[in-house]
Design a protein around this ligand. Sequence first.
Ligand SMILES: NC(=O)c1ccc[n+]([C@@H]2O[C@H](COP(=O)([O-])OP(=O)(O)OC[C@H]3O[C@@H](n4cnc5c(N)ncnc54)[C@H](OP(=O)(O)O)[C@@H]3O)[C@@H](O)[C@H]2O)c1
Length: 268
Amino acid sequence: MHFNTNTPASAFSRITLIGSGNVGYHLGRRLHAVGVEVVQVFSRDKEKAGELAAATGARAATRLDQIEPGSELYILAVSDDAIASVAGKLRSRLPEQSAIVHTSGATPSSVLAPFFPRYGIFYPLQTFSRGREPSFDTLPICVHSPDEELASQLAALGHRISRSVHRIDDAQRAVLHVGAVFVNNFTNHLFHIGQEILADEGLSFGLLLPLIRETVNKIEENPARDMQTGPARRGDQETISRHLEYLKKFPQFEEVYQVLTKSIQKLF
Ligand SMILES: NC(=O)c1ccc[n+]([C@@H]2O[C@H](COP(=O)([O-])OP(=O)(O)OC[C@H]3O[C@@H](n4cnc5c(N)ncnc54)[C@H](OP(=O)(O)O)[C@@H]3O)[C@@H](O)[C@H]2O)c1
């Protein structure tokens, strides 16, 4: 993994943002806040496009045929499955030499290759939700392009919004994304299960928040494996049986408990 520590000289100063969802919304506002001109923003939803356009000083587009040539970079922050078809539709609107990137962790950059030779990745490694302000300063921005000049320009753009910019190729990013699914997506789902169980008993989820925070604090300095506690780690079979008995009222969570218990037991 190559860590890019230098800020290359030239960064993009005029970008177009396709997608006004969780990522588009926050990325667009951040780019605007640091002085990058956001020329156009796109959403099929007029209200969403209008809201983001107002927040970024951009013009709103609700059809891809309204996207104009002339931007230095086109950022596709659309659903993974829509990336190739959106790029295909833009191909007839934009010069072939336009620079284009997507923001997906799991999708290879090469899905853009059939449409634009100057393609790459601008992947912000964070969980974004519209109603929650992300902290961009330390948020890893992973950039990649087979075109060295474009890769360098993407790194420079990354440095405008974050101190943590990394050159990471498609294979490395795919692995990072698998890791991210475990530590964020699955963990968040487990938080949901915890919330459901406590709510059912009228207990406040706030009681568990210090535990959640300490779980994260501990692994900043120690391997997670060494920090494992709980009945599966200790081999307390009777406790596990009591938990499974209780979970009969939540059959949808019982299997998750069993799978994770087995995984921990295998490790120890
Ligand atoms: N959310 C995260 O935490 C996160 C983090 C890092 C990277 N990413 C990546 O960033 C990208 C966007 O994710 P997101 O969370 O922002 O998704 P999202 O909130 O679901 O937004 C998806 C956007 O894609 C647009 N879109 C979907 N299908 C389309 C189509 N056929 N044609 C045109 N536009 C279409 C939607 O347009 P409308 O507005 O018209 O519905 C919407 O603006 C994905 O590649 C994702 O993997 C997400």
